[in-house]
Design a protein around this ligand. Structure first.
Ligand code: HEM
Ligand code: FES
Length: 356
């Protein structure tokens, strides 16, 4: 977490994740090239490799973009989200190999610098059928490079979270550029409908999943809640919150994660200090709320990370009355300890803020 930057440690889970990823990529490349040779024995190895690497990179980018909304819609996809950065870096490396081979194949033999040739060898920027589509791939590659190079937490700290987030949102621009790269490039000459079909399915899946996740969150944000005399808002019956998990509720425009654990209920901000991960989708592990994205931890009563870590998030006052959970919508300053509400007591059970 925040105390110091160490060398990235590859635990068993990461090793299995990376090994599976590398094996799947190798399998895809082998099958693509094998089928290519079988269907078209006159195709050169370079062409098949360029195509195999390009489609692998683009496919992986589609997967990367689908994982976010998928895990918001269904918690079972969360394990894929944990090491999504590894998928991003692999996407860049595949794109780099594809682009590098493309540069050598199409631009290295002239007397102009290959990178200059990429932009000027075909000047028909006004044409659709003959558009210099490779330049779009190059710009997308630069964006993928910036994202891969700043993916470590060191950069998150140094660039600040909002700046880092803004930089990483450029992935959608890279995606749009790559859709154009393929549509204006390979699709113009491709006779088989396979590539067009794969492109349409990929784009439709990315759009549909983002829309479904956004609609679900909008429904949650717009849900109305009953307010009691003291300003507490009725959230749900305590039985609706699974043990060591949370329900997320939107109060006065702020998402709050209400956790149930060991016969108690606590409420903290839903927003993780690391990269705004949804804490309410995480679980309580070893007594701490554990972010589902990269595992940052917070104590449920205080919103503070366990020592020696320094992160703090706002807490909320909670009460449980006759099995119903109520939360006060005014956030306490980050790190303020709030006595959890006890579930056993069927009667009013107020929790008071105690500044640390
Ligand atoms: C310097 C950057 C790049 C160059 C010079 C480049 C070059 C090319 C070329 C020449 C083709 C046509 C291949 C053919 O039809 O035989 C192509 C197709 C393609 N490129 Fe790129 N590209 C670049 C970046 C990227 C990146 C970053 C991605 C994905 C992350 C990508 C994905 C694709 C895909 C999916 C195709 C269609 C594959 C196919 O032909 O079946 N390209 N690219
Ligand atoms: S967003 Fe990374 S740990 Fe929470």
């Amino acid at each position: 977490m925040s105390v110091q930057y160490g060398v990235i440690s590859w635990n068993r889970q990461k090793r299995v994740y990376d090994l599976t990823l590398v094996s799947l990529v190798a399998l895809y490349l082998t099958i693509f090239v094998g089928v290519g040779v079988w269907r078209n024995p006159s195709a050169t190895a370079e062409t098949l490799l360029i195509r195999a690497l390009g489609t692998a990179a683009f496919l992986l980018l589609n997967v990367v973009l689908c994982i976010g909304p998928l895990s918001r819609l269904d918690r079972r996809f969360l394990p894929l989200l944990y090491n999504r950065r590894h998928l991003g870096v692999t996407t860049f490396l595949l794109g780099l190999s594809h682009g590098g081979f493309g540069l050598v194949q199409f631009h290295a033999l002239g007397n102009v610098n290959p990178l200059v040739s990429l932009f000027i060898s075909n000047p028909r920027y006004g044409s659709i059928a003959d558009f210099p589509f490779q330049s779009l791939g190059f710009v997308a590659l630069i964006i993928l490079f910036l994202m891969a190079a700043t993916s470590h937490d060191f950069w998150l700290r140094n660039l600040s979270a909002p700046m880092w987030k803004r930089l990483h949102m450029l992935v959608y621009l890279a995606y749009a550029l790559l859709v154009a790269h393929v549509t204006l490039g390979a699709l113009q000459s491709e006779r088989s409908p396979m590539l067009a079909a794969a492109l349409i399915v990929g784009v439709a899946a990315v759009l549909a999943l983002h829309l479904a996740a956004a609609l679900r969150e909008r429904r949650m944000d717009r849900a109305t809640h009953q307010v009691t005399g003291e300003g507490f808002v009725e959230v749900c019956h305590v039985d609706c919150i699974p043990e060591k998990c949370a329900t997320i509720v939107s109060l006065s425009g702020e998402r709050v994660a209400v956790f149930r654990y060991d016969g108690k209920v606590s409420a903290i901000s839903n927003v993780c200090q690391h990269q705004n991960g949804p804490l309410g989708e995480g679980r309580i592990i070893d007594g701490c709320v554990t972010c589902p994205w990269h595992g940052y931890q917070y104590q449920p009563e205080s919103g503070a990370a366990p020592p020696p870590f320094k992160e703090k998030i706002p807490t909320f006052r909670v009460k449980v009355v006759e099995g119903m959970v109520f939360v006060h919508p005014s956030p306490n300053p980050a790190g303020t300890r709030v006595e959890p509400a006890r579930i056993e007591s069927a009667h009013a059970n107020f929790s008071e803020a105690q500044p640390r």
